[in-house]
Ligand binder design. Sequence first.
Ligand SMILES: [Zn+2]
Ligand SMILES: [Zn+2]
Length: 226
Amino acid sequence: MEFGQVYLWRDADTLTLIDTGVPGSGPEIAEAVRSLGLSPSAIRRIVVTHGHEDHSGSAAEVRSWHGAPVHAHEADAAVIRGEARRREPVLTEFDRPIWEQVSSLGVTTVDVPPAPVDVELQDGDELDFGDGARVLSVPGHTLGSIAVYLPKHRVLFTGDTVAAGQPGEIILGVFNLDEGVMLDSFHRLAALDMETACFGHGDPVVTGAGTAVRHAAATHQKRQPI
Ligand SMILES: [Zn+2]
Ligand SMILES: [Zn+2]
């Protein structure tokens, strides 16, 4: 199923996987790793941006290959472990047509294999890849949503807090628990010095992402709950 993004960050011959796709994405992830001339054992850690099925769905599978530890924010860890149910989003008029489309693909009702969370993250944690990767707590989409920022490379992984909509358009993510809280998160990310932004959905912006994300945050139109 083509849905959402999975990213690999490479440091020499080791890899960090950021998000894992829907359940059953393992073979595609392994193929992507091999296309880099590496073996799946090169994946040294798995970072899950939040506890939604299209991000944590294949974490258990990838972890089972070589034991790469799963990292996720403490507030979403119980959902990823299968110990708590995911909370349903507060849908808006903006979300509705997208929700209907996604529901018809079956993404929202798929069975997610529970995954161990080996490392529970908090805001400000630093992870040992990309010359120092910073964990930013950006609640709103879910309580435990994170972004991962690589200041030396000026790269940001936004999870679902920010998304690419129509070509060339950057938007606040959809299907959120609390849009007010999330807007603060959007502005926090927009303030970062970045060149490249990698979204949970839609194509990454490879150059000039800071200006583009700042513009999107400044022009965001409040969405009306259904
Ligand atoms: Zn999500
Ligand atoms: Zn998503």
